[in-house]
Ligand binder design. Structure first.
Ligand SMILES: Cc1cc2nc3c(=O)[nH]c(=O)nc-3n(C[C@H](O)[C@H](O)[C@H](O)COP(=O)(O)OP(=O)(O)OC[C@H]3O[C@@H](n4cnc5c(N)ncnc54)[C@H](O)[C@@H]3O)c2cc1C
Length: 375
């Protein structure tokens, strides 16, 4: 009998799992809440690491497609102070080993590599019921239903599958990232464009900072990072974009205008992303017929690792399922044993990275991290 593998969520983790299973000749169905691949701009540039993201893409047989979407020159990194003075500047000399790609491009090559019908769009999971023997009944918001022999929660921070294995819920870490975009930057935002340079720019100080990436197509994508209580976010949620910009910019009084213009002159309304995390040592006892990948398993503060880890989880889970045909529980036990130690270590580092960016030693702690030495 063919095993019914249901993957909830067509993010990078779920899609990588589906692709690696497909490479091994194993079918799976990915149920995704969004209506189509184009339903939401995926936004954001990701650096794909040699030790995990690229390993996953190799397992997925997609290295050639990956190389074709790399944003050349984008690995440059600089750190500024609040006056705009450059404290650290590392050009992209092609040896960084962390190529930058747009998340949407990465998702597209994964979706395109799967047989049609593998991803079922517009399938928002609203219920999951254990049926015994590791099987689960799945119900979707459109009224449809399915039964799985294995259900994989690849449904991100607010996973509907996680409660099957764990009572842990994400907690706000006290930091909010406010996202803005500037377009056509060399023409329309030349001062901000020059401040950011060709890659990533971090202007950090204790408790607040502005990070921005130059993305392909003349785009500056900024995360304005602040240590603030949850209530602070209400001021960003204003329907009046100008008021929201002024509210966020007020935090940065006295900062160089080429940096604050990433807020005040942004082409998009500011969007607040409250940063939540699961406990660093998040783990669970083996539950038949269910497991998690990516943020569903180990949500942590953004440190440049989350998407890479999600892809690696997906690739590893696909590999062990193929390695133990007919013995899914052994496969899941092996996968989870490695998952728990891997993700706990990265989660600790993620909190440390956030502290280097916004803690008392900012920005020098960050410079130490990037340069691998004392600043
Ligand atoms: C501000 C910010 C910046 C970040 N920057 C980086 C970075 O530079 N580099 C990096 O590596 N990581 C970064 N991350 C982390 C990264 O975005 C995540 O770790 C990664 O996206 C996790 O992938 P995933 O596949 O587990 O989940 P997700 O990307 O969240 O995908 C989950 C999918 O499941 C779907 N879904 C959710 N609920 C349901 C449901 N009920 N039914 C069906 N489908 C559902 C969603 O629509 C989505 O498509 C950042 C995170 C944040 C918040």
């Amino acid at each position: 009998m063919i095993m019914q593998i249901a993957i909830i969520g067509a993010g990078l983790g779920g899609l990588t799992l589906a692709r690696v299973l497909h490479v091994h000749g194993i079918d799976a169905t990915v149920y995704e809440a969004e209506a189509s691949a184009a339903a939401r701009t995926q936004g954001g540039q990701l650096d794909i690491h040699e030790i995990d993201g690229q390993v996953a893409l190799a397992a997925a047989g997609l290295m050639e497609e990956f190389r074709a979407i790399i944003h050349q020159g984008a690995e440059a990194t600089r750190v500024l102070d609040s006056s705009g003075a450059v404290l650290f500047d590392e050009p992209d000399d092609g040896t960084g080993g962390r190529p930058e790609v747009l998340r949407g491009d990465l998702r597209r090559i994964l979706v395109d590599s799967l047989p049609a019908e593998t991803v079922r769009w517009g399938k928002k999971l609203i219920g999951v019921e254990p049926l015994g023997d590791g099987r689960h009944g799945l119900t979707f918001a459109d009224g449809s239903a399915a039964i799985s022999d294995l259900v994989v929660g690849a449904d991100g921070a607010w996973s509907k599958i996680r409660p099957l294995v764990s009572s842990a819920t994400p907690k706000y870490v006290g930091v909010t990232f406010v996202e803005t975009y500037c377009y056509d930057v060399d023409e329309r935002h030349p001062a901000a464009s020059a401040a950011v340079g060709s890659g990533a720019m971090f202007a950090m100080s204790p408790g607040m900072g502005i990070a921005a990436h130059r993305e392909a197509g003349g785009v500056l994508h900024a995360y304005v990072e602040v240590n603030r209580p949850a209530e602070w976010v209400d001021g960003v949620s204003s329907t009046d974009a100008a008021a929201a910009r002024a509210y966020v910019a007020a935090e940065f009084a006295g900062w160089a205008t080429e940096l604050t213009s990433l807020i005040t002159a942004a082409d998009t309304a500011p969007v607040a992303r409250m940063i939540h995390a699961l406990p660093n040592d998040q783990r669970w006892d083996r539950v038949p017929g269910v497991t998690l990948v990516g943020d569903a398993a180990h949500l942590m503060p953004p440190s440049g690792d989350g998407a890479n880890l999600a892809m690696f989880d997906g690739a590893e889970l696909g590999r062990v399922i193929a390695e133990y045909p007919g013995d899914i529980e052994t496969a899941l036990a092996e996968y989870e044993c490695a998952l728990f130690s891997r993700s706990a270590a990265v989660a600790v580092e993620a909190h440390e990275t956030l502290d280097r960016c916004l803690g008392d030693r900012a920005p020098y702690g960050l410079i130490e991290l990037i340069s691998g030495g004392a600043a």
